[in-house]
Design a protein around this ligand. Structure first.
Ligand code: SAM
Length: 370
């Protein structure tokens, strides 16, 4: 894998401030924050100088599945309807984010496609005019909704699929079957949602023997398979470091079979969580999201809005700012934007998974919006 340098540092995102990027381990360097006042105009920036351009919008905490790495099998309670932001309220926050330079939006959940009328929400978000508008889904409702989502202005989808073996797939999801999800990828492509990206959370001893099978799938279908390291955000709280399949191992195994090379800039976005690799023989692309073994906090440009209207500046944040009351009180776009700025400004240098003092957030992945 001479052309692949998985340990290489990503270039920091250019920022118009006088201090360097923060540390988070892995591909970033450590630099202290410089005490200064939060800017009230200009780029959406945190105290370490990271410019934020990406917003993850969770539109529901509900899910029709109970994937082992995400939700407990039993006893899940969902938020009462009135606690969820309405479509109009979500759009107001998205509009304020756009005014701050947010360029891309990913709609997620819970399972976003179980929220009734989701295409109307997509239409409202698309009308704001983001450069990239995508959605992450488990695929169960995608075939049915893909044409409406495209008509509403959705650009792309990521479909989660953690096994290509029907029985294992069902065991990981605890509900549902593989075949309709594979068919939903076809339907998404036919509707114009391409390239389809396929999210695979690897867990040692569960599905890590399928790395090569998924690479073959990427080569055969042209879908971009992204191997995600299991993070301590599972509802069962069963995560342990031993279950994490390091991205480096994934890359080495695939490269031994089909040589890989890193996708060069400008195609590869240094702020994106996935490190991208293409097959040297030209047949497809894969990615790794090495949140645990090679954290990319130093280039993180993401902000999250939960379904109940809380701004989170990190998946692993233990603090949130609720924007819901402000929106419901009739706050102006400028006031909402200021609250977004405050949330981003308070972002820590890294997620801290690898620190001895790490504390899991109270909310699991599905409740936050992955
Ligand atoms: N329901 C949708 C889906 O299944 O894609 C969107 C929400 S889901 C929380 C978003 C992504 O997070 C999925 O790809 C899922 O596999 C991933 N995910 C969930 N729990 C995870 C964990 N503990 N570690 C890493 N990824 C996780």
């Amino acid at each position: 894998m001479s052309a692949v340098s998985p340990g290489a540092a990503r270039p920091p995102v250019a920022v118009p401030v006088t201090f360097g990027p923060p540390g988070g381990g892995g591909r970033s360097t450590t630099a202290p924050a410089v005490a200064r006042e939060m800017p009230v105009d200009g780029p959406l920036v945190d105290v370490y100088g990271r410019v934020h351009r990406d917003l993850r919008l969770s539109i529901t905490d509900r899910c029709n599945l109970r994937c082992v790495h995400c939700l407990p099998e039993h006893g899940v309670t969902f938020l009462p309807r009135q606690e969820l932001l309405s479509f109009e309220e979500i759009a107001r926050v998205a509009e304020a984010a756009r005014s701050l330079g947010i360029e891309s939006v990913r709609i997620t959940g819970g399972e976003p496609l179980v929220r009734r009328g989701v295409a109307e929400l997509v239409r409202q978000i698309a009308a704001i005019g983001f450069e990239d508008l995508s959605l992450t889904t488990n695929g169960t409702e995608l075939a049915r909704l893909a044409p409406d989502l495209v008509a509403a202005g959705l650009h792309r989808v990521n479909v989660s699929c953690d096994s290509l073996l029907p029985e294992r797939f069902a065991a990981i999801r605890r509900r549902g079957e593989l075949e309709p999800v594979l068919a939903s990828m076809d339907a998404a492509e036919e509707a114009g949602l391409s390239p389809v990206k396929v999210n695979v959370v690897l867990s040692a001893g569960s599905n890590d023997d399928e790395v090569e099978a998924f690479a073959a799938f990427a080569r055969a279908t042209g879908r971009i398979v992204r191997f995600i390291e299991f993070m301590p955000l599972d509802g069962d709280e069963a995560w342990s470091r031993e279950l994490v399949v390091p991205a480096e191992e994934v890359l080495a195994r695939i490269d031994a079979r089909w040589p890989l090379e890193a996708v060069p800039a400008p195609d590869a976005d240094p702020a994106a969580p996935a490190e991208r690799y293409r097959f040297v023989d030209g047949k497809g692309e894969i990615g790794v999201i090495a949140s645990v073994t090679r954290p990319f906090c130093g280039t993180c440009d993401r902000l999250r809005l939960t379904a109940d209207g809380s701004l989170r500046n990190c998946l692993f944040a233990n603090e949130e700012l609720s924007v819901r009351d402000l929106v419901r009180r009739g706050g102006t776009t400028e006031e909402i934007a200021l609250m977004i700025r405050r949330s981003v400004w308070a972002k820590l240098p890294g997620h801290g998974i690898n620190d001895p003092s790490f504390l899991r957030p109270a909310r699991s992945m599905s409740m936050i919006g992955g």
